[in-house]
Ligand binder design. Sequence first.
Ligand code: HEC
Ligand code: HEC
Length: 359
Amino acid sequence: MPARHHVWLLLAAVGLVGCGDDEGTRADGAVADAALVDAGGPRDAAADADFTAPMLLSETGLYSDIASKTLAADVTAFAPRWQLWSDGAAKQRWYRLPPGTHIDSSDMDQWRFPVGTQFWKEFARGGRRVETRLLQKIGPGEDWFMVSFAWNPGETEAMAVPGGVVDDPGHDDIPQQSECFDCHAPVRLASVVIGFSALQLDDATRAGGSPLAALVAAGQLTAPPTGGSATTPYFPLPAGDAATRDALGYLHANCGNCHNAGSDVKFAVDLELRLGLPLTAWSSSAAVRTAVDVVNQTAAPPPGASAIIEPGMPGASALYLRLTSEDPVFRMPPLARELADPVGGEAVRAWIAGMTPTP
Ligand code: HEC
Ligand code: HEC
């Protein structure tokens, strides 16, 4: 893995930190070169010619005025109903589709986005912006540019940090580009975009109405689902059993991008924690099938674990112990968090505790 660096020391060295007039200008030299590293696999030459990696967040088109945090008019906010735990960071997310384009929804579980699509995710801790991550589709197939931008102390600009930042203010680090690919990669999940999906947006309980219904109404899907509306889900969740719903939703969002049927992780761990559509009954979901119905032996048990899930016994279940572990050897997800999520941990504990123990 490439060495990480303390980016603000480097930025200070090139004169970008703390002096208002310099902020917003492009830095030349070593830092700029480093930011042009592309995280993708083999690249399309034509796309390469068209695409210039942004160095500053203000160059990505998220804001029309970054100083006042005024968003560009064609950027839309969204939030998945179940979210990734990031050591308690407050997150905001936005996207932009190129004008006149559509999302290919022919596979409702794996949407494909047009070239030029952008997604951003902002992380704030203690009321101040720390980083904003960018996914930008730059070529056919699943060719995406990925990088995080670290905000300066005055929050007037954020600078690409392809090498990541260790110990950003607050908890956890800003991932380097190769770490984006640990989670956002076709070998893990066919769609590189994880949280902007039919299941995650089909939330008819939202104050403003279902985000999926808004996409359908705007004609943005090539194969729109039917039967739902702003206040009625297109893919209703199985009725009842709130404990199972909360646990499986949490595992879908936090684990399903690595632990699913099509992932390379499946070769090492026979565990599927991603929900697929339609959802007929929780008992027939892949998570229940692979983690509960079979006595799933653990290859690398944390202390106390005797199986992936021991029905009725969270404390003997590797899945619960790893989800709540802060030990880098065992914690899941293995990267991009340092602290355990008290809410998600409790949802999974309650789900396992409510199962009938195997005699
Ligand atoms: C531990 C796995 C993990 C790592 C590492 C990771 N992400 Fe994500 N990312 C997710 C998950 C899961 C979601 C969707 C859930 C959510 O947003 O709460 C997501 C959402 C996003 C989104 C919103 C669009 C979408 O896919 O839903 C962007 C943008 C994004 N990530 C960018 C990045 C970038 C850039 C990096 C590297 C600097 C990165 N991520 C590293 C797991 C990860
Ligand atoms: C970035 C990809 C990634 C994410 C996200 C991820 N895992 Fe894992 N997981 C792995 C890999 C790789 C292994 C195998 C290596 C190991 O055992 O640590 C693994 C192993 C495991 C094991 C051990 C299986 C055994 O045989 O003992 C469990 C349990 C597990 N993961 C649960 C989870 C849970 C729960 C989540 C979400 C909270 C999660 N994982 C998220 C990649 C991931």
